[in-house]
Design a protein. Structure first.
Lengths: 260, 411
């Protein structure tokens, strides 16, 4: 059996997916990207190979994506995360799509046609507003682990608004809300609202809405809020945080087939 | 599995570039030595009435060119905060803030050429055809040195004959106060001669840029931003005309040999908006690695002034400088861009949304969307700035461009 490897070195974490010839995920691994991308990619690969009990020599092709896509010594090719999230999402929903990926430091909105061809895309502007980094900063201000935000936000009793584009200023607003006696639950939901606002201003939805990335994977309430803002249901693929790496693995398989 | 390696690429230099450096060096030397030789200096906006100033015997200095040099040398980002601290907002033109920062610190890229910094102005002459910031910029120096600041207030939108008449009258009204500073009377024949040289320069510059309509393009937008130097600062002189004749010959040779500026040219891009001066080399390299040629731009085209006519100096200057892209309506801009896309056989458009240059960021009122609908050509908007690299995200831009080329390739 031949295997294909996709690796997504993001600003915060490195995700790796191994697929077989049928496109089935046989193993995945994730770790902090840290400062040495080559090392992070190596350790992710070893972990996945060990979990799948696959030998390195059985990997027919590999492809890297994400900010560190140029730093994977063993990769056979590279694609941007825009291409890979689109590819991964289209694998699950073969229709006209709008893919929203919220990563640690950027968010993207990608339009694909019925055949999976990209029509256009947009990344967030320079700052971290509307990204995972924003939620991490807010969680820090609230003295909470970021993975508790969703549970707290689900118990919010009213909508509070964080008006600023700027993550640092929004964090200052959080301090002000704390001073005013606002509940942590309401503030957590306010932070989600802020992310949703940054997403909807990126562009319109066209076709089925799909959300990928770590923020969508871990925050079902935020996904629901994005759906409500766009006025339609959102599909979140399995292993949403790994969709970029999965798309990269699919590209590796496709290119391997093309080159024989 | 294998080892991925980034393709190494080198920009193809023009043989003529040596001559250009000599011509530009001569210009800057004469300019900076002018005051001690008793020559008067006029500061002029890049699309201002340079011909009139030359005809009156002034050495002409273009602060926007200095601004671009501050950007390209990456001195700007360190100098801008000095102007900010003096009350010039980080949100206004970063040519202005970097130039004023340069003045405040006494540092200039001219010093790298072993020349003193820009010469003090005896008079500053602006044209608001590009933006209002140039007037505020020049007025700072006018106050600083207690010298006159004169100018032309240009209309925005579609030029009508009464508007041209008005701008021509404003230009004519500059003559008397300028004669006073220059200490000489205007010789109209001298003005006609300079306008004729300016027109010759313009037509040769047009040929330079239009050579990129050939497949593969012999010149890129990035080359153009360097090669345009004489068209900006030396129009109206024989030196500029002679230089562009040389460059046109070299380009004709490249075209005849099908010599590509970007090896293996796969896609052709139009650049709309200001250059990102401090990142020209990086961007040029990235596009070369992607085998994608940025073949044309509105920016480089902006120094083509076909309306100049020695037979009708003032009215033709009014028409030429009043009809530049930047001060036209969106209706005109759309038609113009569509024509450029066709002429240069464009596959896609990159719009640069320059944070501190709203006037020359033509992607803020749905123009890209309307043009995409009309032409079917995909586009990308990148956020950045002409000079202030604090407003530029390296990774975001790199990924955006790479993803855009992937899209053009259908992957």
């Amino acid at each position: 059996m031949k295997y294909f490897c996709g690796i997504d070195i993001g600003a915060s974490s490195t995700k790796l997916v191994l697929i077989d010839e049928n496109g089935q995920i046989v193993a995945k691994s994730i770790r902090r990207s840290g400062v040495n991308y080559a090392e992070a990619s190596e350790r992710c690969l070893e972990e996945a190979l060990s979990a799948a009990q696959v030998d390195r020599s059985q990997i027919a092709a590999s492809l890297s994506t994400g900010y560190g896509r140029d730093n994977v010594p063993w990769s056979d090719g590279k694609r941007t995360e825009i291409a890979c999230h689109g590819k991964g999402a289209y694998h699950y929903v073969r229709d006209r799509l709008t893919v929203i990926d919220i990563g640690a430091q950027d968010s993207k909105l990608i339009h694909l046609d019925e055949q999976g061809n990209r029509i256009n895309f947009k990344m967030n502007r320079k700052c971290a507003a509307g990204t995972g980094a924003f939620l991490e900063e807010i969680a820090l201000r609230l003295d909470l682990p970021v993975d508790r935000l969703n549970g707290l936000a689900e118990n919010a009793t009213k909508d509070v608004s964080l008006g600023s584009f700027c993550t640092v200023f929004a964090a200052t607003e959080v301090l002000s809300l704390i001073r005013q006696g606002e509940t942590v639950e309401n503030i957590a939901k306010g932070a989600f609202h802020s992310v949703v606002k940054r997403i909807i201003e990126m562009g319109a939805a066209d076709g089925q809405l799909v959300m990928t990335g770590g923020v969508a994977a871990h925050n079902p309430l935020l996904v629901q809020m994005v759906g409500k803002a766009f006025g339609q249901d959102v599909f979140v693929p399995p292993h949403a945080q790994f969709v970029g790496a999965f798309g990269a693995a699919l590209f590796a398989r496709e290119e391997s087939e093309e080159t024989g | 599995m294998s080892t991925a390696t980034e393709k190494k690429v080198e920009r193809k230099e023009f043989q003529s570039t040596g001559k250009m450096k000599a011509v530009m060096g001569k210009y800057f030397t004469e300019l900076t030595q002018g005051p001690e030789q008793g020559k008067k200096t006029a500061w002029c906006t890049s699309v201002g009435p340079a011909e009139l100033l030359r005809a009156l015997g002034f050495n002409v200095f273009f602060p926007e060119n200095h601004g671009a040099m501050l950007g390209a040398s990456r001195m700007a980002t360190d100098l801008i905060p000095l102007a900010n601290a003096k009350g010039f907002s980080p949100d206004i033109c970063s040519y202005l803030t970097s130039d004023i920062g340069s003045y405040l610190k006494g540092e200039s890229p001219l010093q790298k050429m072993k020349l003193p910094g820009p010469p003090k102005a005896d008079v500053l002459v602006f044209n608001t055809n590009q933006c209002r910031d140039v007037k505020d910029w020049f007025q700072f120096y006018a106050r600083e040195w207690d010298v006159p600041c004169l100018g032309i207030h240009s209309p925005v939108g579609e030029l009508s004959e009464p508007m041209i008449e008005d701008v021509a009258k404003q230009t004519e009204a500059l003559v008397e106060p300028l004669e006073e500073v220059a200490g000489v009377k205007l010789d109209i024949d001298k003005l006609r001669e300079i306008i004729d040289l300016s027109r010759q320069c313009t037509m040769l510059w047009k040929q330079v840029l239009e050579s990129a309509a050939h497949r593969p393009a012999p010149i890129t937008f990035f080359d153009g931003t360097i090669q345009m130097g004489p068209a900006v600062v030396l129009r109206g002189t024989q030196d500029a005309v002679d230089y562009y004749k040389l460059l046109v010959d070299e380009l004709n040779q490249r075209v005849a040999n099908d010599e590509a500026a970007v090896e293996g040219e796969r896609f052709r891009i139009y650049w709309e908006g200001m250059p990102i001066w401090g990142k020209l080399r990086d961007l040029s390299t990235q596009f070369m690695q992607l085998q994608t040629c940025v073949v044309a731009s509105t920016y480089c085209n902006s120094w083509i002034f076909e309306d100049l006519d020695p037979a009708d100096p003032f009215r033709s200057m009014a028409r030429a400088y009043g009809s530049i892209f930047i001060c036209r309506s969106d209706d005109f801009k759309e038609l113009y861009l569509q024509e450029m896309f066709e002429k240069f056989q464009i596959d896609g458009i990159v719009y640069h949304d320059a944070k501190t240059c709203p006037n020359n960021s033509n992607c803020r009122y749905q123009l890209p969307q309307r043009l995409a609908e009309r032409t079917g050509k995909p586009y990308l908007i990148i956020n950045g700035d002409l000079n202030d690299l604090r407003l530029y995200s390296e990774e975001q831009t790199r990924t955006n461009i790479e993803a855009f080329v992937e899209q053009l390739a259908g992957t």
